[in-house]
Design a protein around this ligand. Structure first.
Ligand code: PMT
Length: 221
């Protein structure tokens, strides 16, 4: 058990994966279970923080003592994060957010027409929430942490993403159909805007979460 070094702090964590609806029965989604984000929420609460967890489509039970805000789409996630971030000391974006959403929503179920090829799905860009909160900084000294889910050139892509997003810390983890998504364990390198690189060995998602909070607490001091 760590020191209650986040006592008096308000932290916001996003978790899970957004779902972008096509019609009342279908959506574009991703494989995030919410486990990494929920581990971040639990460990922050254990270290004394007031925690707001913005949870996108996770089936996990609400962690004790954490304020949970359920959301569905990236646009809803953005609204909830911006609202909670207004008085937050730190924001950690562990949610897997869809970069694009279907341009149109069909009010009724899209029907299969036997004599015709299916219509292509046209996509439009979703807002980049991490880039926006990094740029705007609702509060002086607010620490903003992003995650990078990469399948190849993991570190090189992570370093470029850190610059592009403008956050203070970026947790770079490798993902695949059966890697990281849904598992109890993770491994990562946490990149700092100050050039620091903190490797975290394969282990429980809580251990990675605690390293993230160590680095956040250092920056809040
Ligand atoms: O939930 P689990 O099953 O435990 O899996 C954990 C995880 C793999 C989902 C998690 O560790 C993780 O990597 N989360 C980030 C997933 C993601 O969206 O990565 P990205 O590289 O596409 O996005 C980079 C960062 O920008 C992320 O912090 C993301 O929240 C944010 N983002 C992305 C797109 C967008 N439109 N807005 C954003 O804010």
């Amino acid at each position: 058990v760590r020191e209650p070094d986040l006592t008096g702090r308000h932290v916001v964590v996003s978790a899970g994966g957004t779902r972008e609806p096509l019609d009342p029965v279908r959506f574009l989604g991703n494989r995030s279970s919410g486990k990494q984000g929920y581990a971040l929420a639990r460990t922050a609460a254990a270290r004394g923080a007031r925690v707001t967890l913005i949870a996108a489509n996770s089936a996990l039970p609400d962690p004790a003592g954490v304020d949970v805000v359920p959301v569905g789409t990236a646009v809803q996630l953005r609204e909830a994060v911006l609202k909670a971030a207004a008085d937050a000391d730190a924001v950690v974006m562990a949610a897997a957010v869809a970069d694009f959403r279907p341009a149109a929503y069909a009010a009724g179920k899209i029907k299969k027409k036997d004599d015709r090829e299916p219509e292509p799905i046209v996509l439009v860009r979703n807002p980049d929430i991490l880039a926006e909160i990094s740029r705007e900084r609702a509060r002086a000294g607010q620490v903003v942490v992003g995650f990078a889910a990469e399948t190849d050139d993991v570190l090189a892509n992570g370093r470029a993403k850190l610059k592009r997003k403008g956050c203070d810390l970026l947790v770079v983890n490798e993902v695949g159909e059966r890697k990281t998504f849904g598992s109890e364990e993770n491994e990562a390198v946490v990149l700092g805007a100050d050039g620091s690189e903190t490797p975290v060995a394969h282990g429980p998602k809580e251990a990675l979460a605690d390293t993230v909070w160590d680095l956040v607490a250092e920056r809040l001091r």
